[in-house]
Design a protein around this ligand. Structure first.
Ligand code: PMP
Ligand code: GLU
Length: 397
């Protein structure tokens, strides 16, 4: 048997995507599965964006675009950053990539040497740890829990920093917890980084527009650390454009140039047609986007109300994104029909079989108490799914 490279042997499959695959397969076999595993808006991309893509094809945008993205798209991103975030960037500081995921991979591969430490508040989004390890870096997790609203403290951050720390990666609004850091909390974190001039701060802001507590706050607003902040954002979540595969990064010019060089060897550039559609997406405040946002807020409230009625679940109060991350540890040690639940993963598999609802175990995000429920699904599916979850959990004793 031919052997693969060590780096792929040690890489884990993305568990969010794996759960989505399993539920699709079970559905194809005729099982009635409700999938709340994948973080993907159930909406179709708004019409004005789809029209822009059709026009791009007819206008002949069929050749290789510049590696970092079309100049007018990068200008539109700078305009967006000024308009919505009051941050000044120039197009040579922007790199457009094949999804925010590739932006993160570019940034990490361009900055992390083998042995470098990258601090990641935990629970964290699945791919951070794997991308860090692909670069030879060492993820250093700062644990948080439901009692602290999944937020790290100044002291925890200071204690995690060593002479080897090279980067800090976090998302706010956070996947998987929905936690949103306030401006004051970000300021406290920024004050720690002020004292450590060799640390990059990768701020994953992909859920920027799905924020139920008001204005989005970026850690890039603090001038003292701004030159070391790498903003990652994209259109997958805010504009229901997951399949278009467009993300972007904003950073100091030398880092943007490095990402351009890296991407030039990997993908050449993101799709020309999707880039043209993205200009339309981010340049207009469309009514359809507001409808999607309102739906997420309504579903969050609906899901929280229903989950809080289930005995044994400890439910957090997400302030953004479209996930709830309840603590399920009260069910550990319980059993049904000979199946004993020891871990969140055991519980997810039990709920997949018994309730026919697919969720993602907290372990995928570095947590061993919780499970992730994505509420980016139709209201009636959410009601049905939580009803079934409730019935199945009641069987455990
Ligand atoms: N960051 C976070 C926190 C995410 O949840 C996702 C999920 N897709 C991504 C980045 C990657 O987004 P994209 O679809 O743009 O690659
Ligand atoms: N980010 C989404 C999630 O966490 C999509 C899956 C992925 O990109 O890993 O479910």
């Amino acid at each position: 048997m031919m052997k693969l490279a060590d780096r792929i042997e040690s890489l884990h499959e993305s568990q969010t995507i794996a759960m989505a695959r399993i539920s699709r397969e079970l559905r194809e076999q005729g099982h009635d599965i409700i999938s709340l595993s994948l973080g993907e808006p159930d909406f179709v991309t708004p019409a004005y964006i789809r029209e822009a893509a059709k026009k791009a094809i007819d206008d002949g945008y069929t050749h290789y675009p510049p590696i970092s993205g079309y100049m007018d798209l990068r200008q539109a991103i700078c305009d967006k950053l000024k308009r919505e975030n009051n941050l000044t960037y120039t197009p040579d500081q922007i790199v457009v990539s094949t999804g925010a995921k590739q932006c993160i991979a570019n940034a990490v591969l361009c900055t992390i040497n083998p042995g470098d430490e990258v601090i990641v508040p935990s629970p964290y989004w699945v791919s951070y740890s794997q991308i860090i390890q692909l670069a030879g870096g060492v993820p250093v997790f700062i644990p948080t829990d439901i009692a602290s609203d999944f937020k790290i403290t100044e002291k925890q951050l200071s204690n995690a920093i060593t002479s080897k720390t090279r980067m800090f990666i976090f998302s706010s609004p956070c996947n998987p917890t929905g936690t949103v850091y306030t401006r004051d909390e970000l300021k406290v974190l920024a004050s720690v980084f002020e004292k450590h001039e060799n640390i990059f701060i990768l701020s994953d802001e992909i859920y920027e527009h799905i924020n139920f507590i008001g204005k989005h706050e970026s850690i890039a607003q603090f001038d003292s650390i701004r030159s070391r902040v790498i903003i990652v954002n994209g259109v997958s979540k805010s504009y229901a454009m997951t399949g278009w595969r467009i993300g972007y990064l904003a950073a100091e010019k030398f880092l943007a140039q490095a990402c351009d060089k890296m991407q030039g060897q990997f993908t050449s550039a993101a799709s020309s047609i999707a880039q043209r559609a993205t200009i339309a997406a981010i340049s207009r405040d469309d009514a359809e986007n507001k409808i999607m946002f309102k739906a997420f807020e309504r579903r969050r409230d609906l899901v929280l109300k229903l989950l809080k009625e289930i005995p044994g679940l400890k439910v957090n109060q997400p302030q953004g994104a479209f996930y709830v991350f309840p603590d399920v540890s009260a069910f550990f040690g319980k059993q049904y029909n000979g199946t004993v639940i020891h871990t969140p993963e055991d519980l997810c598999m039990f709920l997949l079989r018994d309730a026919r609802v697919s969720l993602v175990t907290g372990e995928a995000f570095g947590d061993n108490q919780c499970i992730r429920i994505s509420y980016a699904a139709a209201d009636e599916d959410l009601v049905k799914a939580i009803g079934r979850i409730s019935e199945s959990l009641a069987k455990l004793n």
